[in-house]
Ligand binder design. Structure first.
Ligand code: DLL
Length: 435
């Protein structure tokens, strides 16, 4: 497989040289935020650490964490490290709970972001010859404009269609000959399904790559998308608090995501003890952004669960790789005292034939007893089969889920299109317990 690399100098940097660069940038960043952001000065003083205490990369563990609560307490502009006159853009993400997260960019930050998204597209095998249909939402969400600037940076043709209006998406895909689709994986599924219904065969179109991210999806879901459409589906990762998309991306090897670690230093910690975990072990992902001027962030606890792999990738990039995010530590449901990750549920149900990739997990409490119900769409054909067949399928899913989750579930098989589709991030969990 041939791999094109956008920025060979930084993406294939030998380990030792990269560590030197990271240390140099970390020292500079810590000094700067200590001087410029009162929150960090206070947090570092309380932790008894000064900028001059950072001598080696592992000294990062002396520095305090930044949490989502810290961002909320300093909402909206309290953590900015540049004056407003130098800030040219603000984005924000609604999140599922609490205050929105706000991120600021200087001109230099916007240039950096475009570079990172250029790396991302190149990782996915996208070049200037491509026509990119950008169905990430434009607006405060970072997906739309982040992908837009990256697409322009590599010189591709970008169609800034934004999310939604599925009929028009299909029309544009046909008429403009889009070769790349950028969207959440759940919206891509919805779009492909709508195309099928309209009698449009994606395989007959020019579409060849999907650059999908912004929400959790599974390997099984990738297989479904790829086998249905014949495209290559690539996982990309990022968050507003760091820059937006452009933090990490799979390459065509599709074997974990390259973290652009010359800008974002990753760590994985045990979310209980807060101790760093060795490579390969799963825990909470923590990032230090050593490059962004307007909104640098120190040891940010993302809540995303993953593991890091430092071994080199056959593509030639030397970035450390992270496993696809399999859940969030705050997404974890505790049902009757048992920890349940939505990703476990997704892996089981996506492996069952006839089950469509649309589902919702409903948790409720009846007579002080937690209930876990999984709504699943099944194919039209299955749904019109005999009740007995459906019951058999239900029982099989229940058994398979129980063997993985170790608790019982209720399965509700529903007709195609019963579960509401989203144009951005899918709503997979409905927790009605009010606790
Ligand atoms: O979702 C940025 C983005 C836009 C990434 C477009 C990729 C593509 P936020 O809205 O701030 O930013 O949400 C960030 O989304 O902490 C993860 O929990 C989740 N997330 C993002 N990418 C992935 C992914 C954008 N590939 C939060 N897999 C993050 C799983 C993801 N979760």
């Amino acid at each position: 497989m041939s791999h094109i690399i956008w920025n060979k100098r930084y993406e294939t940097m030998p380990e030792k040289r990269k560590a030197e660069l990271q240390l140099e940038k970390l020292k500079r960043m810590v000094r700067r935020i200590y001087d410029k952001v009162p929150f960090y000065k206070k947090a570092m003083d309380e932790a008894g650490v000064k900028p001059r205490d950072i001598h080696k990369l592992s000294d990062i563990s002396k520095l305090p964490f930044t949490t989502k609560d810290d961002l909320a307490a300093n909402y909206p502009f309290g953590m900015f490290a540049s004056p407003m006159k130098d800030i040219v853009r603000i984005h924000s993400s609604s999140g599922t709970t609490g205050k929105p997260k706000v991120g600021a960019y200087t001109k230099e930050d916007i240039r950096l972001w475009a570079e990172l998204m250029a790396r991302t597209f190149t990782c996915a095998g996208v070049t200037r010859k491509d026509v990119i249909q950008n169905a990430y939402g434009y607006g405060l969400f970072t997906g739309g404009l982040g992908a837009h600037y990256g697409a322009e940076r590599i010189g591709a043709t970008v169609i800034p269609i934004s999310g939604g209006n599925t009929k028009r998406q299909i029309l544009v895909m046909q008429d403009f000959g889009s070769t790349v689709l950028c969207s959440t994986p759940s919206y891509a599924l919805h779009l492909f399904e709508a195309a099928e219904e309209a009698g449009v065969d994606i395989r007959q179109l020019d579409l060849r790559v999907g650059v999908f991210g912004a929400e959790m999806w599974s390997e099984k879901m990738r297989e479904q998308i790829e086998s249905k459409t014949g495209i290559t589906a690539i996982d990309i990762y990022g968050l507003t608090e760091l820059i937006g998309p452009g933090v990490a991306s799979e390459c065509l090897e599709k074997n974990h995501l390259h973290v652009f670690d010359d800008h974002f230093i990753p760590e994985v910690i045990d979310p209980e003890t807060l101790e760093p975990l060795p490579p390969g072990e799963k825990g909470e992902l923590v990032f230090t952004n050593v490059s962004r001027k307007a909104f640098p962030i120190l040891r940010y606890r993302t809540r995303d669960i993953t593991a890091l792999h430092p071994e080199p990738c056959p593509c030639g990039r030397t970035h450390v790789r992270m496993e696809r995010v399999t859940g969030r530590s705050d997404d974890m449901l505790i049902v009757r005292g048992v920890n349940v990750y939505p990703s476990q549920i997704e892996s089981v149900i996506m492996g069952i034939q006839g089950v469509e990739p649309h589902y919702q997990i409903v948790v409720d409490r009846q007579k002080s007893m937690d209930t876990l119900e999984i709504w699943l769409e099944v194919s039209e054909q299955l749904f019109s089969d005999e009740i007995r067949e459906l019951e058999k399928l239900e029982a099989r899913i229940r058994q398979e889920l129980e063997s993985v989750l170790l608790i019982g579930t209720r399965i509700k098989l529903v007709e195609p299109k019963t579960i509401q589709r989203s144009e951005g991030k899918a709503v997979r969990i409905v927790d009605k317990r009010n606790i």
